[in-house]
Design a protein around this ligand. Sequence first.
Ligand SMILES: NC(=O)c1ccc[n+]([C@@H]2O[C@H](COP(=O)([O-])OP(=O)(O)OC[C@H]3O[C@@H](n4cnc5c(N)ncnc54)[C@H](OP(=O)(O)O)[C@@H]3O)[C@@H](O)[C@H]2O)c1
Length: 240
Amino acid sequence: MVGHCPITGSPETDGPQTFLPVIVMHGVIGLKVIINCAMSADGKIATKNRKQTAISNDSDKERVHVLRNSVDAVLVGIGTVLVDDPKLTVKTEYVQTPKNPIRIVLDSKGRTPPGAMVLNGAARTIIVTAKESVTELSNAEMIRCGRGRVDIGELLPILEEKGIRTLLVEGGSEVIWSFLRERLADEIYIFIGSVVIGGDSAPTPAGGEGAASIDEAVTLRLKKADVVGDGVLLRYEVGK
Ligand SMILES: NC(=O)c1ccc[n+]([C@@H]2O[C@H](COP(=O)([O-])OP(=O)(O)OC[C@H]3O[C@@H](n4cnc5c(N)ncnc54)[C@H](OP(=O)(O)O)[C@@H]3O)[C@@H](O)[C@H]2O)c1
């Protein structure tokens, strides 16, 4: 059971509370992109060794699995696959009859290890490489897109052609920055856990090159703020 209560002060927190995503598209293409990540109270998404660590509480985990179950595809970068080896499936602990979304990995050079959990056959998987890569992997469909690095602007229409209408970007830091920088995300949900991780090298929700000036910074509009157990969930619309 997801436990939450609204933070007062915003009209958006009034009315019925639900954690099911509201699918409202405002992007130029008919594919809704939601970014979701969990960060510590000091803004870190993993430890200084880039290792996954407990940030979410049980209520937030349930929210993420319900969200995952509601989208057509989930996407992560190869950095996350190499460090965390996530399954990216929906746990029956949280959703009784899971409908696993398609798993997508951005992996320009085809470095996904053949034994990675995303290749375990538990759900359809797409590995996206740059055009130069000749890697083939069992249990995965390959998409070649972009020169040198996967071009996400080119990728989204290809995913749309495959019938994907809702895409959940689950990290990591570099991939989230790419979606934000290219204004290809519609919403970003950030869960703030009650823990401090510290460390200059620990990744934050948006890494990559980052903005050189405020003009390059990505603007957000706060839509909702909820207390979820001992943490806070912020939901923003991304400025285009
Ligand atoms: N707390 C959370 O919610 C959460 C969730 C997920 C991950 N994490 C953490 O995030 C960290 C991993 O993040 P990361 O930044 O190292 O790796 P990442 O964002 O998962 O993957 C980055 C890699 O993806 C590939 N890529 C391909 N096309 C790209 C594009 N257009 N834009 C950006 N990347 C592209 C690049 O490698 P190639 O050039 O080889 O393709 C790039 O180095 C880990 O510490 C993990 O634990 C935290």
